[in-house]
Design a binder for this molecule. Sequence first.
Ligand code: MG
Length: 359
Amino acid sequence: MTVVTHAEAFLVDVEVEQTRTDAVQAFTSQETVFVELTTADGNTGLGYSYTIGTGGSSVLALLRDHLLPRLRGQDPRRIEALWRDLFAATRATTVGAITSLALAAVDTALWDLKCRRAGEPLWRVAGGFRPRVPLYDTEGGWLHLSTEELVAGAKAAATAGWGGVKVKVGRPDDLERLTAVREAVGPRCDLMVDANQSMTAAEAVRRAAAFAPLDLFWLEEPLPADDVSGHARLAAATAIPVAVGESLYSVAQFRDYLHRGAASIVQPDVARVGGITPWLKVAHLAEAFTVDVCPHFLMELHVSLAAAVPNGRYVEHIPQLRAITRTELTVENGFAVPPETPGLGIDWDRDAMDDRRTS
Ligand code: MG
């Protein structure tokens, strides 16, 4: 048996790589919360979590004040037991974003450690279903971009063999923009649409009918994430698959969506759902409902998870760790290839991280 001897958390502020806007927000900075664990036998695990601009210091405080002290002296191989212990210890603030983000930083560190000890990459340790995953692009579809820019980005992705492109909606000219992109990429490229929770249920039903000729691959976050009934109503009214998940913070919230037929694609975010341990439960739960998993953001980590499970359908292309990593996501012929290095497989640049450390 080995035990955790040292657990540390720190915050790194990573600049956004380009302006990113949607119907309700802008991505201002990536507050990246790291947890590093060291064991008595000399192994280490480095995990992380993030926010897009608010709450990072709160996540850090929760880790330092309440979670990390509970890890010292514990067997890091008992990930399920540790996750449950930390969850129970923070009962007063669960289920909630700050706690889930903090749990994720610990959980991903435990998985990094587990994979490193095994000498295996995450994608195989977590299931090993496929050695590459189709990729779709979000980076060329932000709301502030002109129609010409949207079309140019979509064409480039389609030409490179990527499976799909996503366009943000929330403008009066959405239909013209989407039509231009569809005409540019042709019928074989998947076209996704993301409303970022900006519509009412009635509006979403109406907009989905207007979008019907575009043969959309999915309509993402049409309504506020806590309106499961509204999503169920929309899903029953349209042939466009409804995608949700980036704003859900527990396995049980996914269960409610799936049970009620309110989601046709789930998009768990490994940080927001509390780590790899609950992420895999969401993926397996979705599989039982014959629902595919297309994780939100964090492509550098999600590539390994989408590759691990049978229903991993897509990886979302938004590069955001290049400032603090030494290698990038491998893309081959439009597919994302999970790293083969032991652990999470992210090649962190510790000097660049130190330069951006704020706490
Ligand atoms: Mg989204």
